[in-house]
Write a protein that binds this ligand. Structure first.
Ligand code: NAG
Length: 243
């Protein structure tokens, strides 16, 4: 057999085998079924992955848009209705102004407490109502008792209180503004700085000076604090912003 013929025969054989192979593929229902099942499985896997991703996106949207930021508005019994919803409003409270062991944080007590049914007379700390202990806060504010409201923001989940400004930075929504309030300088009870509303309200019949926890205004003191931009003895304002 010549070399040419040998090559020709080999070529015919390969071509024939390919034809047979294709016919088997097209005519074999078992093989088609197997491929379909494989495809179905892949589609199922993709669907599951897609559902997982959608769920994660929904969660992110909730956090970005939802009323997740909750804050206390000090000095008011209402929440700014165009940017928040009220959770409850009640009574501002804290430790005695001159107790060395007074905890630092003010609390917003609800108007409808649920009794613990237990009592102790020593080895405890105290919770008093808050008085505006200065005429600074408004007409006849001295000795009036302070309300508070707990508000849930409907305009963003990030929240920030800025001391030293009464306006938010661009892109942020104002919840309320006011002045920093805390205990008086020479009293021994520790407290935090909170933002007391610009237009504070008073609780009914609270004008008796019974003391308790107090709101005094706060002023800048130059030195380590840069002046300008700050000014000694000026009252510190504040704003609560959400985004
Ligand atoms: C919400 O209402 C207050 C008072 O009416 C207004 O000053 C403020 O601009 C309003 N905020 C928004 C985001 O509309």
């Amino acid at each position: 057999m010549s070399l040419k013929l040998l090559f020709f025969c080999a070529f015919i054989q390969v071509a024939w085998l390919e034809i047979v192979d294709k016919r088997i593929l097209l005519n074999d229902p078992g093989q088609i079924e197997q491929r379909l099942r494989h495809l179905e499985l892949e589609v199922q896997t993709l669907k599951t992955e897609n559902e997982n991703l959608k769920g994660r996106l929904d969660l992110r949207e909730t956090f970005q848009k939802g009323g997740v930021a909750v804050y206390t508005r000090w000095g008011r019994n209402d929440c700014p209705s165009n940017v928040s919803e009220e959770v409850y409003s009640g009574y501002a409270a804290g430790g005695w102004w001159n107790d060395k062991g007074s905890p630092t944080n003010y609390l917003c007590l609800p108007p409808d407490p649920i009794s613990s049914g237990k009592s102790v007379s020593s080895g405890c700390n105290h919770l008093f109502g808050v008085e505006y202990e200065s005429g600074f806060w408004g007409q006849h504010s001295h000795n009036e008792d302070a309300p508070c409201a707990v508000c849930s923001s409907t305009s963003g989940s990030k929240i920030l209180m800025i001391p030293g400004r009464d306006r938010c930075y661009p892109g942020w929504t104002e919840q309320y503004n006011g002045y920093l309030g805390t205990n008086r300088l020479d009293y021994t009870g520790a407290t935090e700085y909170v933002c007391v509303d610009h237009h504070p309200q008073y609780l009914n019949g609270g004008e008796r000076g019974t003391d308790g926890a107090l709101f005094h205004p706060v002023t800048y003191q130059c030195g380590a604090l840069q002046c300008p931009p700050y000014t000694s003895n000026e009252v510190v304002n504040c704003v609560v912003c959400t985004k």
